[in-house]
Design a protein around this ligand. Structure first.
Ligand SMILES: Nc1ncnc2c1ncn2[C@@H]1O[C@H](COP(=O)(O)OP(=O)(O)O)[C@@H](O)[C@H]1O
Ligand SMILES: [Mg+2]
Length: 269
């Protein structure tokens, strides 16, 4: 795998969901693998504090986590581990909740710690906890793009709406991307997107951004069991095509850092 060093700005994509188990981590790993296959330098920040499993999915052994960095035992470079496919991983740690509460100050310190990795990656994918807690919203506001993953179940739709509402009201975010996951047909994906978009338009005046949907496929769990991403099973698979279309669409969105908010790789704002 040849990956070139980069001096360009790192595009930071936050992946969130209202409800757990809808496919955030699966999405993060496949998105990351697609970029790595294209020769881009990719970093995943596993910010699903307490339930972080990126390293398990990619069969990596961690070398500490952000708690070690915040408590001064390690530098962020020391906890960076690399998967077989060349994806770098930073773990938020599983004990962060207990040993160090995720208040605004600690969340800001985590975001600031990434400054030491500036200009080293083309893309950073942040796999965020489910729900709409303060730290979830904080991490989301520090990313360039916000993706909400949802499935076609009433609880997923209700919880995605609750999250999007707070992203809009508390953070003033627009251009929120909603990606329907586990859809049986592309038509089901479009209908689910329209359903979400209609609700957010009606009650919040928010228009969601559509960049595609992800089809249901047993390849995701098959690949997971082998410590791989489904898209690495080949360019002819539905998984590969779904991610190719989504990456293509994300690449076309320009990076517009918001002023006034602390952001990954731009901690001075
Ligand atoms: N498009 C999909 N098709 C089939 N199964 C999927 C799909 N996306 C995710 N899954 C499965 O759903 C389960 C939960 O996914 P996961 O990525 O761990 O969710 P989250 O990170 O949101 O909790 C896993 O078993 C995963 O293999
Ligand atoms: Mg997860």
């Amino acid at each position: 795998m040849t990956q070139t060093a980069t001096n360009t700005e790192t595009r930071v994509i936050g992946i969130a969901s209202g409800k757990g188990g809808v496919g955030k981590t699966t999405f993060a790993i496949n998105l990351a693998t697609y970029h790595a296959l294209k020769g881009r330098k990719v970093l995943i920040f596993d910010a699903d504090i307490g339930l972080g499993n990126i390293h398990i999915a990619l069969r990596n052994k961690l070398n500490g986590n952000l708690v070690d960095v915040l408590e001064g035992r390690k530098e962020i470079q020391d906890i960076l581990v690399e998967s077989e496919t060349g994806i770098s991983i930073i773990s938020g740690g599983n004990g962060l909740d207990e040993s160090l509460s995720l208040n605004n100050e600690n969340t800001n310190n985590i975001i600031r710690a990434f400054a030491a990795l500036e200009n080293q990656f083309d893309i950073m994918i942040v796999d965020i906890s489910a729900g709409a807690s303060q730290s979830v919203l904080h991490f989301l506001s520090a990313c360039h793009h916000q993706i909400v993953i949802g499935t076609n179940e009433p609880s997923s739709v209700a919880d995605a709406y609750a999250l999007i509402k707070l992203m809009h009201l508390n953070l003033g975010l627009s251009d929120i991307i909603f990606i329907p996951n586990k859809v049986v047909t592309k038509q089901e994906g479009s209908i689910l997107f329209e359903k979400m978009n209609t609700i957010t338009a009606k009650f919040l005046g928010v228009a969601l951004n559509f960049i595609g949907s992800i089809s249901e496929s047993s390849d995701y769990s098959l690949a997971w069991n082998k410590g791989k991403a489904a898209i690495s099973m080949g360019e002819t698979t539905t998984c590969y095509h779904d991610f190719a279309a989504i990456v293509d669409a994300i690449d076309k969105i320009s990076i517009n850092p918001k002023s006034g908010e602390i952001q990954f790789f731009n901690p001075t704002k």
